[in-house]
Design a protein around this ligand. Structure first.
Ligand code: AMP
Ligand code: GLY
Length: 424
């Protein structure tokens, strides 16, 4: 079968790597892809938001199955467009991707169906938001309603900060139209865990847990980023936590979406916080996490196409989803200066060191082939170096060893990815 993957980051490289292992697949295309993906798939120069061009391409090449990795096209309705043309596609329709596309929608859904989450209010008038803040407890969390590249969340310690935050989001439109509406929510404390799941509209199957490191610098210092590395499974995701989430969060979310006439098909990413009062939902995403996919997918035993087709066909109950009984750690190699300002275009050396190394992966995020045919840095996050190990500690040692196999000017990484594991 011929598969098209839509997206261009480390997540899509991890998806393409799993698809390449599938016994059903003869040919993979990726739009637009990147230099690493290009080693497994034919990259096509079509942007993820160019739906008409993607549909025309899928028809011309007689693509059997399309997988959408990124949030923007999903929230924008790419699945509806493909389905309307009779093309088979993995991902939620627009009316279900709103679970990620609107924080106000997801908070209202959780409130209506008693799914544990932080208390909140929604606003579309900055004056009302400012009034509300006067009597609210600090710290407090402000969230722009729509997609804001994972950056539309402000944690404010004082009333002054919070007022300035409302102005930034709703008046200055720092996150664009994502800030036309906003959510103000209670600040929670606890450890964060990411849980990815496959969903077919009614059945949900949970993947192995993961834990992200969002801050740029060691010791969780510095600015928030798209993620500087992560590990799977999380030792804090205990059987007790799993039981609780199965009872109150996972199936409840899938049933709520179905009851609203928005059956969810695809991947739901549950961003959870393990609070003193039990696990609560921080956020939902309508796709694999990045870099979560880079530690979870390499550990999945199933043929990814079997699982994804079962989702689209509404037969996920027939799949026995299985993960290896080991661990994986991913360390992101970034360009120094990320997430603010950084240089790019530097040659990446040593990529061949990963050839034939079982259990080691070099996922490309921001890379490209230059005019001379060399692979060069082309973004803030450049590579995701993943390694497996029998234990998290071993996986961590392996991943850090493998970070030394590649080199480029401006190479930057955190040195404490998964360090909390040692303290667990
Ligand atoms: P979100 O995009 O909603 O996951 O928020 C991004 C990050 O902000 C989360 O990963 C948390 O670290 C933090 N955050 C979001 N909501 C809250 C909350 N209610 N309390 C504390 N931290 C939060
Ligand atoms: N790593 C967090 C995300 O993909 O949203």
């Amino acid at each position: 079968m011929k598969v098209l993957v839509v997206g261009s980051g480390g997540r899509e490289h991890a998806i393409v790597t799993s698809v390449a292992k599938s016994s059903h697949v003869d040919k993979i295309y990726c739009a637009p892809g990147n230099a690493g993906i290009g080693q497994l798939a034919e990259c096509v120069n079509i942007g993820a938001m160019e739906f008409d061009k993607l549909v025309a391409f899928a028809k011309e090449k007689e693509i059997d199955f399309t997988i959408v990795g990124m949030d923007d096209p999903l929230v924008g309705g790419i699945v509806d467009v493909f389905e309307a043309e009779g093309l088979k596609v993995f991902g939620p329709r627009k009316n279900a991707a709103i679970l990620e596309g609107s924080k106000a929608f997801s908070k209202d859904l959780m409130k209506k169906y008693n799914i544990p989450t932080a208390g909140y209010e929604t606003f579309d008038d900055p004056k009302k938001a400012l009034e509300y803040l006067e009597t609210a407890k600090m710290p407090i969390v402000l969230k722009a309603d729509g997609l804001a590249l994972g950056k539309g969340v402000l944690i404010c310690n004082t009333l002054e900060e919070a007022k300035a935050g409302v102005k930034e989001i709703m008046e200055d439109k720092k996150f664009g139209s994502a800030g036309n509406h906003m959510v103000i929510e209670e600040f929670m404390t606890g450890r964060e865990v990411s849980v990815l799941s496959f969903v077919d509209g009614k059945t949900i199957k949970i993947m192995s847990s993961a834990q992200d490191h969002k801050r740029a610098k060691d010791g969780d210092q510095g600015l928030n980023t798209g993620g500087m590395g992560n590990f799977s499974p999380s030792p804090f995701y205990t059987k007790e936590v799993d039981d609780f989430c199965k009872k109150y969060i996972y199936q409840a979310t899938v049933d709520a979406m179905a009851a609203e006439g928005r059956p969810f098909v695809g991947v739901i990413f549950f961003g959870l916080m393990l609070t003193e009062d039990g696990p609560k939902v921080l956020e939902y995403n309508a796709r694999f996490g990045d870099p979560e996919a880079q530690v979870v997918l390499p550990r999945m035993k199933n043929d990814i196409i079997d699982v994804m087709e079962a989702c689209v066909d509404g037969k996920l109950d027939t799949i026995d989803l299985q993960f290896e009984d080991n661990a994986a750690v991913c360390v992101v190699l970034a360009s120094d200066g990320y997430p603010v300002a950084y240089e790019k275009g530097f040659e990446i050396k040593g990529l061949e060191n990963f050839d034939g190394k079982e259990g080691y992966y070099c996922f490309h995020a921001g890379t490209k082939l230059n005019e001379e045919g060399k692979i060069v840095t082309n973004g803030g996050r450049v590579l995701g170096i993943t390694a497996k190990g029998a234990t998290l500690k071993e996986a961590r040692a392996n991943a850090y060893k493998a970070t030394e196999w590649v080199d480029f000017d401006n190479k930057y990484m955190r040195h404490d990815i998964g360090k909390s594991i040692d303290e667990a």
